[in-house]
Write a protein that binds this ligand. Structure first.
Ligand code: AMP
Length: 397
């Protein structure tokens, strides 16, 4: 993959598509700035080469065409000022491709940074609109995509805009290149035993990934809500637990394929159950085959954690995507936090998918112990599924 290092960028006007879509709490405080920190190497590389830098990102899902303060990139700019320590040389435009953005972009001096407002304030962004993409592209000589977390979406700043530049004037930033290389290298050439840990709510969202993984890994550990579809496919009572009845055959097919290929397939042996989907109800720790009719499984139990730890013991490569339970509720977060600690404790190369899984690793305080924590949930899942990402394809044409 062509990276920013392969381009002649000195002193040029450069647009970097970043992924500053960071989580925030109810008061608007950034709760995890990893996506901003991971964007710094590319930004610093451009500052050091006296580029006139324009940064673009979406943030959350504002209603298109409406500029609402709560979706502004202002808090991101404040964090960038602190991290880059360049308070005088960074500013936020009032709009995306309006008068303010264009005049500020035109006035940029070498080493200065302009952050455009939330790209999704403009209707054309999610519609992959060509004329909006052309307007964005008109502000710079070079296009860099460093927004791994947004690469699975064919939006204007990811797809149509990249196509406005020829091969000499577009490339991947350091973060995007690092993410793609890591996933590709691991999936193509893993050091074995290779273990996949897959959790999260539904089988449907990860069915393709599971099918791909069965062909590549030595062991699969299943946790989270999706485990119950596998239990039901084997004829067990799962009470009111999350289930996808239309996928029972598919779930069975995945287990049969694993068995036929000698891939070890592990499901939880006990679950933390409740009668209600909230922290208020009574929680019971039960063997997985003894879930009462009106109860639902919301986390894996301690025996499953011990079993999974044993399974991970000899792993040399571990890829983890999806929490083991409803980790957002403290009462049902132990299985996920324990899984994070157990993965971090191994001597394996450990790869954590983005989104919820990265959130668990962060809550567990294990991020530094992992080999690689992706900044993109959906994008990393697409790579595991072997799908082509629009953002990467657009850099090639
Ligand atoms: P996903 O987006 O598919 O990775 O799913 C992540 C979500 O799965 C999280 O919000 C968890 O709360 C949810 N989840 C995990 N385990 C369960 C469960 N046993 N029942 C319901 N939801 C779950």
């Amino acid at each position: 993959m062509k990276t920013i290092k392969d381009l002649d960028i000195d002193g040029k006007r450069i647009f970097i598509r970043c992924d500053f879509n960071v989580p925030r709490d109810a008061d608007g405080n950034i709760t995890d700035d990893r996506r901003i920190r991971e964007a710094l190497p590319t930004i610093r590389y451009c500052i050091d080469r006296d580029c006139k830098i324009i940064l673009g990102s979406h943030f959350d899902r504002p209603e298109a065409g409406k500029y609402e303060e709560k979706y502004s990139l202002n808090p991101v700019v404040k964090r960038l000022v602190r991290l880059l320590k360049i308070a005088d040389n960074i500013q936020l435009a009032k709009d995306v491709v309006g008068e303010d953005a264009k005049s500020k972009a035109a006035a940029l001096q070498g080493g200065e940074v302009l952050v455009l407002e939330n790209l999704r304030y403009e209707e054309g962004e999610t519609k992959n609109d060509e004329s909006f993409a052309k307007e964005l592209a008109s502000m710079s000589d070079i296009y860099i995509n460093d927004a791994f977390g947004a690469c699975h979406r064919a939006h204007a700043s990811i797809d149509a805009m990249a196509k406005e530049f020829d091969n000499e004037h577009k490339a991947a930033g350091f973060l995007l290149a690092k993410e793609v290389n890591f996933f590709e290298k691991t999936l193509q050439n893993p050091i074995r035993p290779f273990v996949a840990v897959v959790g999260g709510s539904k089988v449907s969202g990860k069915l393709e990934a599971l099918k791909q993984l069965v062909d590549k890994v030595d062991k699969i550990i299943i946790g989270g809500g999706m485990a119950f579809t596998f239990f039901k496919a084997q004829g067990y009572e799962i009470g009111n637990s999350l289930v996808e009845d239309n996928l029972l055959d598919e779930a069975k097919a995945v287990m049969d394929k694993a068995k036929a290929q000698g891939v070890k397939f592990y499901l939880p042996v006990d679950v933390v159950c409740s009668m209600e989907f909230s922290e208020n109800g009574i929680a019971k720790y039960l063997p997985a085959q003894e879930i009462p009719k009106d109860w639902m499984g919301l986390d894996i139990g301690p025996a499953s954690s011990r079993l999974f730890r044993e399974v991970l013991n000899d792993a040399q490569t571990i890829i983890w995507n999806g929490p083991m339970g409803v980790y957002e509720m403290d009462k049902y977060s132990k299985g996920s936090l324990k899984m994070s600690h157990d993965i971090a404790d191994t001597h394996a190369t450990t790869i954590v998918g983005g989104g919820d899984t990265a959130d668990v690793a962060q809550k567990a305080g294990d991020v530094e112990e992992m080999t690689f924590v992706s900044t993109g949930g959906g994008a990393s899942l697409n790579l595991i599924e072997g799908k082509k990402l629009p953002g990467i394809e657009a850099l090639k044409v």
